[in-house]
Design a binder for this molecule. Structure first.
Ligand SMILES: Nc1ncnc2c1ncn2[C@@H]1O[C@H](COP(=O)(O)OP(=O)(O)O)[C@@H](O)[C@H]1O
Length: 191
């Protein structure tokens, strides 16, 4: 293990609060880096076009993963490397988590939300009805959690409720504490 900060996949159905959580973790620990994967796909065109049926980009995973890989801090650094090159510390914010190589990820946080509340949040976002329905069904059937369970060891997955502001506050505190304890367990100074 070379990276000096852990990488965390923050995942969950769209609207469960991934970006909200990432932004608040960064407020407490500005050295962590929020990678909004959906935005990255769009801005850097890591896709092969728009899938009108699913109302989403057809992601070019190879290009996306090639871009993220050097940021994960997995490679053994040379002494003269810039500290940023080996630090890791990514918050990978995306509704998918199974695409990342196992070695990148130290913790998987799966955010969960009551489906009626999720419906209201997605309606506010002006998602088309079919997309709201799809995401709602995904939340009810534990789609993202099941994907995480198939891809990662169970002990690296944490499922957190994200329905109220108090939930967000408690979850962020828990994630920040987890990062601090990961640092001390790996022989790095706690912040
Ligand atoms: N735990 C929560 N309690 C109340 N509102 C929340 C909570 N989590 C997210 N929200 C709200 O839900 C909406 C979607 O959150 P966002 O962080 O953009 O989700 P995601 O990144 O998973 O798509 C935002 O308006 C946000 O303020």
């Amino acid at each position: 293990m070379v990276r000096s900060w852990p990488n965390i996949a923050i995942t969950g159905t769209p609207g469960t609060g991934k970006s909200t959580h990432c932004e608040l973790v960064i407020e407490s620990l500005p050295i962590m880096r929020h990678i909004n994967v959906g935005t990255l796909v769009k801005e850097r065109s890591f896709h092969e076009g728009w899938d009108a049926d699913y109302q989403t980009y057809d992601v070019d995973e190879d290009a996306l993963l090639d871009y993220i890989e050097p940021l994960t801090g997995k490679n053994a650094p040379e002494p003269e490397d810039d500290e940023a090159e080996k630090r890791g510390g990514l918050l990978l914010d995306w509704h998918c988590c199974e695409a990342y190589p196992l070695r990148w990820v130290d913790l998987v946080v799966v955010l969960r939300c009551d489906h009626q509340q999720l419906w209201d949040r997605l309606e506010k976002r002006k998602y088309p009805l079919a997309k709201i329905q799809d995401n709602n069904e995904a939340e009810i059937t534990n789609f993202v959690l099941n994907e995480a369970r198939e891809a990662y060891p169970l002990e690296s997955i944490v499922e957190l409720k994200s329905e109220t502001n108090d939930d967000v506050e408690a979850n962020v505190e828990r994630i920040v504490e987890w990062i601090r304890s990961w640092r001390s367990q790996h022989g790095f100074e706690s912040t």
